[in-house]
Design a protein around this ligand. Structure first.
Ligand code: C2E
Ligand code: MG
Ligand code: MG
Ligand code: MG
Length: 284
């Protein structure tokens, strides 16, 4: 190949360049194109009041309608997106799309819903999130109370002072903040106390064995009490069985999200679910 300076440039592919890294390279290339070709989708998983069965909102979860491999879950491409730097563009697309959809639902007369968007670490750290969001809220006219940002605990501990400032800036816009995958990171209680978050999401790993293990039950009970005493709503993620649901109801958890109620569904289907639910909430 002829490099721009006119010299011949050789590219060596070492033998360690395994099929796996080649696959990554292909995926990165295809992901870049996916943005241009509009192959990304947002699906919505209901967040439901544990006591009444009312849908309070949804978590927007990104999917990739791949031309050959079908619908891909984020586990297949988020890491690639982070490593290639594409996560910035994807994150921006997700935010735009979630706001656009929320505005449509609002205009169609759906009562207040809180749409939660996952924020990737680079997206939080580049410091532009607030400005972006501010423009977006202004241009769409969406009330900020319809939006929630899900930040993972591990994003908040590295540069805690900066993270705190950003969280306050986000809150000042009027959007909600949620601490996702709680219990898997390392935030100390002294930080937690200062996070201006409105919601705490208990990681699925504590929920799975809830019916079998007393220790998980003790942890979840403690986190619920802690969250409440800090003025936060507590959400349990990954509820699959009626038994898990019953225990969480007993513990006094506020909201749940899980396959027991619904997996993440395309927007039209979520809309239908909400309308049905408003007529007749399902206490499960
Ligand atoms: P998360 O934010 O913790 O999202 C919850 C994940 O748990 C979702 O997986 C959801 O489908 C799954 N889940 C919900 N209920 C159940 C259940 O009852 N059983 C089981 N087995 N799983 C359940 P999904 O959609 O594959 O997303 C995985 C992760 O990818 C998310 O974890 C989040 O960290 C990331 N992600 C998803 N969408 C986005 C996005 O738009 N941007 C960024 N940066 N990350 C995203
Ligand atoms: Mg999340
Ligand atoms: Mg989560
Ligand atoms: Mg999780």
């Amino acid at each position: 190949a002829l490099a721009s300076n006119g010299k011949t440039r050789y590219e060596f592919f070492s033998e360690e360049m395994t099929a796996r890294s080649l696959e990554r390279l292909t995926l990165t290339h295809q992901l870049r194109r996916a943005l241009e070709r509009d192959e990304l989708r947002l699906h919505y998983q209901p967040k439901v009041c544990l006591q009444t069965g009312t849908i309070k909102g949804a978590e927007a979860l990104v999917r990739w309608q791949h031309p050959e491999h079908g619908l891909l879950l984020p586990g297949r491409f988020i890491t690639v997106a982070e490593e290639s730097g594409l996560i910035g563009d994807i994150g921006a697309w997700v935010l735009d799309e979630a706001c656009r959809q929320a505005r449509v639902w609002r205009e169609e007369g759906l009562e207040h819903l809180k749409i939660a968007v996952n924020v990737a670490r680079p997206q939080f750290e580049d410091g532009q999130l607030c400005t972006r969001l501010q423009h977006l809220l202004k241009s769409t006219g969406l009330p900020p109370s319809w939006l929630m940002m899900e930040l993972t605990e591990s994003m908040l501990v590295q540069d805690a002072a900066k993270a705190l400032q950003q969280m306050h800036d986000l809150r000042a816009l009027g959007v909600g903040l949620s601490i996702d995958d709680f219990g898997t990171g390392y935030s100390s209680l002294s930080y937690l106390k200062r996070f201006p978050a409105s919601e705490l999401k208990i990681d699925r790993s504590f929920i799975i064995d809830l019916p079998k293990h007393d220790k998980d039950r003790a942890i979840v009970q403690t986190v619920v009490t802690l969250g409440h005493s800090l003025g936060m709503d507590v959400v349990a993620e990954g509820i699959e069985t009626p038994e898990q649901h019953r225990i969480l109801q007993h513990i006094g958890c506020d909201v749940f999200q899980g396959f027991l109620f619904s997996k993440a569904v395309p927007p039209e289907q979520f809309d239908a679910l909400v309308r049905l639910n408003r007529e007749q909430p399902q206490p499960v």
